[in-house]
Design a protein around this ligand. Structure first.
Ligand code: DX5
Ligand code: ZN
Length: 218
């Protein structure tokens, strides 16, 4: 079982000083940062492109966990790999060659992840589980930070963990959306190991205190 990993989401950082936001994460001894890429079609919001990721790469040694919320993610894999992404996660919902795209992400030297929206059943990713490094279960409808955690998705996480154990697989199980110390504990109980935290980390009076409290979680 992977130990709990806190992954701050730079979406909730300072967009005029993204390098400072990433530096804070690194100074706290955390290892990963989550980067949300939105295209204004798959989700009703726009964020960053590969140029931002490449620029941030020059300032940071963190592991870049890049979450592509795009209608045509397969068209942008090379650009984000070249920009310095370490993991690239793609959604299952749009129609494209999922298996081929996941394989291509690995061939480019990155880890890969598959992502499910709240309304997408666990069965949708079940055939791909042996071919991924990470499964991201969205615990809000993607597009915006600061939304309320969807507790009704806990059984879906538990189900994916059960498949992981039954098949002896070792992909990470990640949650994203509305995660704070209390909801992280609920997700940990169903064996989540990777926790994306935007608002509750960067919006905390003391993000260091948040990280220290998170580290107490078993
Ligand atoms: C939502 C993004 C999340 C976002 C989470 O569409 O995928 O990564 O940053 O933000 P919080 O933690 O504020 O819900
Ligand atoms: Zn995300």
């Amino acid at each position: 079982m992977h130990p709990p990993l806190l992954v701050p989401s730079i979406l909730a950082g300072n967009h005029a000083r993204l390098a400072d936001s990433a530096a804070l994460v690194e100074q706290l001894g955390l290892l990963w940062i989550h980067v949300d890429i939105m295209d204004g079609h798959f989700v009703p919001n726009l964020t960053f492109g590969p140029g931002m990721v490449a620029a941030l790469r020059q300032t940071s040694r963190l592991f870049f966990d890049v979450h592509l919320m795009l209608d045509e993610p397969h068209r942008y894999i090379e650009a984000f790999a070249k920009a310095g992404a370490n993991n690239i996660s793609v959604h299952i919902e749009p129609a494209y060659d999922h298996a081929g795209t996941l394989a291509r992400i690995r061939a480019l030297g990155c880890q890969n992840g598959i992502v499910l929206n709240p309304g997408t059943p666990a069965e949708a990713v079940e055939p791909l589980l042996a071919a991924v490094d990470l499964v991201l279960v969205m615990t809000v409808q993607p597009g915006f930070g600061g939304q309320t955690f969807r507790r009704d998705l806990l059984p879906k996480i538990a189900r994916i963990d059960r498949w992981r154990r039954e098949r002896g697989l070792d992909f990470r199980l990640e949650v994203d959306g509305g995660i704070d110390l209390a909801t992280a504990a609920e997700c940990r109980a169903v064996v989540t190991d990777t926790f994306v935290v935007g608002t509750s980390f960067f919006g905390a009076a003391d993000p260091g205190e948040f990280a220290r409290s998170f580290a107490l979680m078993k």
